[in-house]
Design a protein around this ligand. Structure first.
Ligand code: 16G
Ligand code: ZN
Length: 529
């Protein structure tokens, strides 16, 4: 049962500010850290209910990813390391917004609706990013867990994907890996070493990569990981959090949004560099060419590199395993064309937000998904994994070699969530094996010039969309107006969608030149008013 008195008492110690209403959005709750104490406590409560209901370990991650340092947030991780199920997002929103005197009744209501057996045990694991506010907020989560009698393990500082990994491991009785930080590094570094064993050595014998850690958790975790990597890869870490502020003028979101290098990183021409975001679930690459031009290699081009490599290996093993690439409306038109027409892999488009892409990618034997902003991974179906493992044991020569590579790739990708560390290692392995420079990778295709704008409107919900956010349904006439504007430009495309994380409408446009993309985006944003 529930100790209602204890709940009331502890809840009062984590009181909700009057009138504050928050939504469990695409990335959980996210706002100024000072407004989040009650949400943390209540998410501790909710995690216990979810754990009882699923009879599994549930994760709670305290982070606000690429947001400014003074923000924070929280999200729950479901049993297979996935994002919280949509019906529970609603419960989360209800509970977070309940007035103090209603917390008990909302808890009971959720338990009833979701058929939670309150007699069951509960186990919750917690991780947090490096924000100054995160430690205290994580303790509020723990307070919520314990007041409902749940057990917990606090992993302390973790990247978001590491917490997803832990949850996945714990609920698959260790089959996916050991649910410890050492287990995570061992699994990844072993797969990386196996995979790159065959790679031709570069001139000086080892490969090096510069990493902008966004002054966040990535610095800490890459630092820990380095000794596991031994000779395979040498990392030079920048923005490690000793001086700069988290995500300030650096990190994957900054580099992608402004299409320029982060501050605090020394770059020479043609050097391969990458940026993590604040919780290390996103990665983008970039370099300066010999003429001093900056080139961004975003999630779309990461997907292109990875799917080309995987397609080749799949052909080699010849088992008719299907591969699909999942993108969002933000994917550059050139990337979609390259994948469909040159690589001949089927491409699918889903709504923005990792959970949508992840879900779609589960339909394939090999499902590659990436958002343009650098969040993504590759999922292998159980059947594909078993087939590959069998071939790696039983087949011969080239086929066996390809199967072994795929086997290691499966281990190297985080199957629970997009993971900057794991994606980085996959990319580095592919580049090494293929002997590709960053410029050669970049040259797979040329991005269409594009522009993103934010538009402030009175009520962003008046805009609704369909066709994976590529078509506006309401307000009436908006889509027609966009169609007419798009017609004026070559190779053009544009869409609008209400943001799921900010009180704004986002506009995206691409066209044959930067001037055209800029002016199309501007015209579309005027049509939104
Ligand atoms: C969240 C999503 C991210 C998406 C972004 C879009 C997760 C873990 N994160 O950060 O995938 O790209 O929202 O934000 O799902 P927007 O709705 O404001 O454009
Ligand atoms: Zn993130």
């Amino acid at each position: 049962g529930m100790d209602l008195e204890a709940i009331t008492k502890h809840s009062a110690l984590h009181a909700k500010p009057n009138g504050l209403i928050l939504q469990y959005g695409t990335a959980g709750f996210r706002t100024k850290a000072v407004h989040l104490d009650h949400v943390m406590f209540r998410m501790g409560l909710l995690a216990v209910l979810r754990s009882k209901q699923t009879q599994s370990t549930i994760g709670v991650m305290v982070t606000a990813s690429h947001n400014p340092e003074e923000d924070n947030g929280v999200k729950l991780v479901d049993p297979l390391g996935e994002m919280l199920a949509p019906s529970w997002e609603e419960h989360a929103t209800c509970l977070a917004n309940a007035e103090e005197q209603d917390v008990q009744s909302v808890l009971l209501d959720i338990s009833k609706k979701a058929a939670v057996d309150l007699q069951r045990d509960a186990y919750v694991v917690i991780g947090r990013d490096t924000r100054p506010s995160s430690e205290k907020l994580a303790h509020s989560v723990i307070d919520g867990i314990t007041v409902l009698g749940g057990q917990f393990h606090d992993y302390g500082l973790l990247t978001t994907p590491q917490l997803h990994y832990m949850v996945y491991c714990r609920n698959t009785s260790g089959q996916y890996g050991k649910a410890t930080i050492d287990g995570y590094y061992q699994k990844l570094s072993a797969a990386f070493a196996e995979l790159t064993k065959q790679a031709p050595r570069s001139g000086d014998g080892f490969r090096s990569l510069k990493v902008d850690c966004a002054n966040g958790i990535g610095a800490l975790k890459l630092g820990e990981m380095e000794r596991y990597l031994s000779q395979g890869l040498s990392l030079q870490l920048f923005n490690v959090g000793t001086e700069g502020r988290l995500n300030h003028l650096c990190g994957a979101d900054f580099v992608k949004s402004y299409q320029k290098p982060p501050q605090g990183m020394e770059m020479k021409s043609n050097e391969r560099c990458c940026s993590f975001d604040g919780d290390a679930d996103r990665i983008v690459y970039y370099y300066y060419d010999a003429d001093g031009h900056f080139h961004l290699i975003d999630g779309d081009k990461i997907a292109a590199l990875i799917s080309s490599f995987l397609k080749e290996l799949l052909l080699e093993i010849g088992e008719n395993l299907n591969i699909g690439v999942v993108q969002t409306a933000y994917a550059n038109g050139s990337s979609t064309r390259f994948l469909e027409e040159v690589m001949k892999v089927p491409v699918y488009c889903t709504k923005t937000g990792v959970k949508h892409l992840h879900h779609k990618a589960q339909e394939f034997d090999v499902g590659v998904y990436f958002e343009a902003n650098g969040h993504g991974t590759v999922l292998f179906s159980k059947a594909a994994e078993m087939k590959i493992k069998q071939l790696a044991k039983e087949s011969k020569d080239e086929k066996r070699k390809a199967a072994k590579m795929l086997e290691n790739i499966i281990d190297l990708f985080n199957q629970a969530a997009g993971d900057a560390i794991s994606d980085m290692l996959v990319i580095e392995a592919i580049l090494a094996l293929k002997g590709l420079t960053v410029q050669q990778w970049d040259a797979l295709y040329t991005d269409l010039p594009n522009r993103q704008l934010k538009v402030k409107v009175a009520d962003r919900q008046v805009i609704s969309t369909t066709d994976a956010e590529r078509q506006a349904v309401t307000p009436p006439g908006l889509q027609e107006a966009i169609n007419n504007l798009v017609k004026k430009y070559k190779l053009s495309r544009a869409f609008v969608r209400p943001s799921g994380t900010e009180d704004i409408v986002r506009v995206y446009a691409e066209a044959d030149s930067q001037e055209s993309a800029d002016s199309l985006a501007h015209e579309v944003s005027l049509a939104v008013f």
